[in-house]
Ligand binder design. Structure first.
Ligand code: ARG
Length: 470
């Protein structure tokens, strides 16, 4: 007869349909190490409350250690008859201790246990996720350092806009990831509250010590309200938001890499170790890592929506709907731990086609703004300068020329402002040709936050410090 934690008041056995619907051990088993940690803390508290003798506590802790070992080695496994992780572990304890094993359940409920287990699991796994993010940040920073001086086309609307340092663009992704890490750190402050001691919903009549349990489990404080403690899943939803936001950032980076690796861009080549081929087209080399990163952001967003939808109509306190919190959370953790190392490896090993980037940086009249700003420095109102450069672009398009191909006569014909000897120019004022340099355009954007290579190198140093602290 399968062990159940709640048989006493029932005369009939549960139906197969109920059992199949109710069972969660197939996914909550991964909480076993955390449930055992919480059990050890609870056993100590029962002992201090005079509810376990010293000898009983010693035997209990030895049995919990042995069960932990047996779970890790695979020698103890949940069976289909175990409703959930708590049921399976109580069976393991009873197998080791006989009726003494039944004493551990005093003063706690699966409601405060599961809320505690999930917090412990997430706080632990968020640390791992953060170190994987740091690896991706580091890969991007290393590439950015290599390419602080590499001019590249900067885009808005996916159209050439202004030249930028390729390193500047790579670092833009690092700033987004650094905010994600910051969010996880900040999340942890609110997640560091311990529900154990709240019991089913109202606390316990036994003289437990929630503060001692919280401290032993590494939480900052015990939950101040037992009803909130068992009903609250903010920590899971907020984790899923942080995961989804990180997923979206990785997806946007992935999308750029897909573009950069295309024949049309040819900005980068993905290393063989991070590319895949085609079963029919022998020539293909596909950036699947970046595409999967982009694709998997969908599941992360879906997991957040799934949990929020589960929570939205629930009355206090615990409701069985809350069992649906775990799969989205686990899936988000698994997804990030798969995607992040692959992205870090791909970024670390990609080869950047610096010659092509530099050559295409001025394409699409990307220096037009620099020309307009030259006129502004000559005293022309920006509105007129904008107009004049616009006319110059049309002239070039009609005559199939680039800015650099224009003669002085042509420039002067489109607008007298472009003439080298425009009226009243002081000595040493730069000429049109002086500003038609991509490297000059980059160096000129030297204010804080700008794309000048010197500023990019400063950003590299600043971000390395930030990432070191993470
Ligand atoms: N498996 C349950 C969950 O994930 C554990 C708590 C069950 N509590 C209860 N009263 N049935 O939420």
């Amino acid at each position: 007869k399968p062990l159940r934690l709640w048989g006493g008041r029932f005369e009939g056995a549960p139906s197969d349909a109920l059992t199949r619907l109710s069972v969660s051990v197939q996914f909550d088993w991964r909480l076993a190490p955390y449930d055992l940690l919480a059990s050890r803390a609870h056993a100590r508290v029962l002992h201090r409350a005079g509810l376990l003798t010293q000898d009983e506590l010693d035997r209990m802790l030895r049995a919990l250690d042995d069960l932990d070992r047996a779970c890790r080695s695979g020698e103890f496994r949940p069976t289909v008859a175990d409703e959930d992780v708590h049921t399976a572990l109580e069976r393991g304890l009873l197998e080791r201790l006989g009726s003494l094993g039944g004493k551990l359940r005093a003063g706690r409920s699966r409601n405060d246990q599961i809320a505690t287990d999930l917090r412990l699991y997430l706080r632990d796994h968020v640390r791992t996720i953060v170190s994987r993010v740091v690896e991706l940040e580091t890969a991007l920073i290393n590439q950015a350092e290599q390419h602080a001086d590499t001019p590249a086309p900067g885009m808005t609307h996916l159209q050439h806009a202004q030249p930028i340092s390729f390193g500047h663009q790579l670092l833009a992704h690092v700033h987004a990831l650094a905010r994600d890490v910051d969010r996880f750190r900040d999340w942890d402050k609110r997640a560091a509250v311990c529900p154990l001691g709240s019991g089913a919903l109202a606390g316990s009549s036994l003289p437990l010590d929630p503060a001692a349990v919280a401290a032993e489990l590494g939480f900052d404080a015990p939950a101040p309200n037992s009803m909130d403690a068992v009903a609250d899943r903010d920590f899971a939803a907020e984790f899923l938001f942080c995961a989804a936001m990180l997923g979206v950032h990785i997806s946007r980076l992935g999308e750029e890499i897909v573009l950069w690796a295309s024949q049309e861009f040819r900005w980068i080549e993905v290393d063989d170790a991070y590319a895949t081929g085609s079963s029919i087209m022998p020539q293909k080399k596909n950036p699947d890592v970046a595409e999967l990163a982009r694709g998997k952001s969908g599941r992360l967003i879906g997991s957040l929506m799934s949990l929020l939808t589960t929570l939205k109509g629930l009355p206090l306190t615990y409701n069985r709907d809350l069992q649906e919190d775990k799969e989205p959370v686990f899936d988000a953790v698994d997804t990030l731990l798969l995607v992040l190392p692959a992205m870090a490896g791909m970024v670390a090993t990609m080869r950047v086609n610096t010659a092509r980037l530099e050559a295409s940086a001025p394409d699409g009249f990307a220096l037009a703004t620099d020309l307009a700003e030259l006129l502004v420095r000559r005293g022309v109102p920006f509105r007129e300068a904008h107009e004049a450069v616009g006319h110059l672009v049309v002239y070039c398009q009609v005559n199939d020329k680039d800015f650099g191909d224009l003669t002085d006569e042509e420039l002067a014909k489109v607008s007298p402002h472009f003439a080298a000897d425009a009226a009243g120019l002081p000595e040493g004022t730069p000429s049109v040709r002086d500003v038609l340099s991509v490297r000059g355009a980059l160096a000129a954007r030297s204010a804080y936050g700008g794309t000048a290579p010197d500023r990019v190198r400063e950003q590299v140093a600043a971000l390395r410090e930030i990432v070191d602290e993470q």
